[in-house]
Write a protein that binds this ligand. Structure first.
Ligand code: AMP
Ligand code: MG
Length: 405
């Protein structure tokens, strides 16, 4: 039985980025760029004004007040004009090209804002308020490297260089299969003794959240034929996630049928709680995650194992959530031997996080998962934890640390 770290390492080592596609710029948001991008030209393209004011020759303004004759006006977007002779100035707007002959811009606030002539009242230094050609990005510089996540700021840079299409890693199509005779699809009448197939929805939500595409396959009933049919479909996707049917019960058919269909089981059972019965396999180099059925276990094992692997498949380099320190506010105890993931609420206080147990940690209790902002990772070898000691936590998605208005 692998340890938690070994299991995650094994999974990450067995997946690699999917192919590349070109998408329209805005579609690339949240995706990972697959190639380096080099600046095709200088940015700025030419020397231009950083202020609304007057383009001048600094040497004309040595003695103040300086009075200069205005010979023109350059709004933003205009082409280069000039040249500007000694004793003259041009009215210029932010972003407009600096006319030949000028070597400084005087902000309108430091002048009398004249139209025929302008009086300069403040000292002028050479090159002031000019944005120089290529000062942001010189032509030929690598602006974005392969493997970068595309955020609004990357979009801004790519748009500035007129990139209409962007090469990004493909989104993983993730098949989601629930198993169990007790399950009823959401929206169907719920008979006594049945439960809603909520795992399909929580997994689909988690898959969507990382920018992958969920393909919900529905329910495989607890017989070989139903499993075979659904699983054959699921193995066509980039990854397959099953829930339930992976423990040691005689109706737990998931591993057996997947193996029949050609999956190689890489491991079964991990040294963690919740989520111990998790299995991982490969089918034609595609990952198959067999997650336990308990809704809490399903979500926790997705978070710990499937999430980083799917991110890697979509080209992400940062796939593992960092462990941060939080001060435990309750005592806690556990059995030795397994890492325990404790559901905790985080409160930020004086620059630190305080971690409060969200309540009953039983695997069957879903409610405390809703109240959790993070998972505290309690080490395998320890058994008791006291209030006031620091523990490692990793944050679940949401708005942890954000303040109310
Ligand atoms: P199993 O591994 O099949 O024994 O299932 C473990 C527990 O998870 C049982 O209580 C199931 O009813 C529950 N469970 C299994 N599949 C789902 C599902 N798709 N949605 C919600 N709960 C489930
Ligand atoms: Mg079952």
């Amino acid at each position: 039985m692998p340890s938690f770290e070994d299991a995650r390492r094994i999974i990450l080592d067995s997946v690699s980025p999917l192919g590349v596609e070109r998408v329209e710029l805005l579609e690339s948001q949240g995706r990972v760029i697959a190639e380096d991008v080099v600046a095709p030209w200088n940015m700025p393209f030419c020397d231009n004004s950083a202020m609304d004011g007057y383009a001048v020759r600094a040497c004309d303004c040595a003695a103040l007040p300086a009075i200069l004759r205005i010979i023109g006006y350059i709004p933003a977007g205009a082409d280069i004009t000039g040249p500007v002779e000694p004793g003259c100035a041009i009215r210029i707007m932010t972003g407009a090209p600096i006319p030949p002959g000028c070597d400084a811009v005087v902000p309108v606030e430091e002048t009398d804002d004249g139209r025929e002539s302008v009086t300069i009242n403040a000292p002028v230094t050479l090159r002031q308020h000019i944005r120089f050609t290529g000062e942001d990005v010189p032509a030929g510089e690598t602006i974005i490297t392969a493997g970068t996540l595309i955020r609004p700021q990357e979009i801004s840079m790519l748009a500035s260089f007129a990139k209409v299409f962007v090469p990004v890693y493909r989104q993983a199509r993730v098949a989601i299969l629930s198993t169990g005779d007790e399950l009823t699809e959401l929206g169907e009448p719920l008979a006594h003794g049945k439960i809603v197939n909520s795992n399909a929805l929580s997994l689909a939500a988690a898959v969507k959240e990382i920018g992958a595409i969920p393909v919900i396959l529905g329910i495989a009933r607890d017989n070989h034929e139903s499993h075979r049919e659904k699983m054959a479909e699921g193995l066509k996707a980039d990854a397959l996630i099953t829930s339930a049917g992976v423990s040691a019960g005689d109706r737990d058919l998931v591993r057996e049928v997947l193996t029949e269909l050609g999956m190689t089981q890489v491991f079964w059972r991990v040294d963690i709680k919740p989520g111990g019965p998790t299995a991982f396999g490969l089918y034609e180099n595609k990952p198959v995650f067999c997650l336990p059925g308990n809704p809490v276990s399903t979500m926790v094992t997705f978070e710990e194992f499937a999430r980083p692997a799917l991110l890697k498949m979509m080209g992400h380099k940062r796939v593992i959530k960092p462990l941060i320190k939080a001060v435990l506010q309750n005592s806690a105890s556990k059995k030795p031997g397994k890492i325990n993931f404790l559901r905790v609420k985080l409160v930020s206080s004086e620059g630190r996080y305080l971690a409060y147990s969200s309540g009953d940690q039983n695997t069957g209790i879903l409610k405390t998962m809703l109240m959790a902002d993070a998972m505290a990772v309690l080490p395998a070898n320890r058994t008791t934890f006291s209030a006031g000691e620091e523990v490692d936590v990793h944050i679940l998605s949401g708005n942890v640390g954000m303040l109310e208005e």
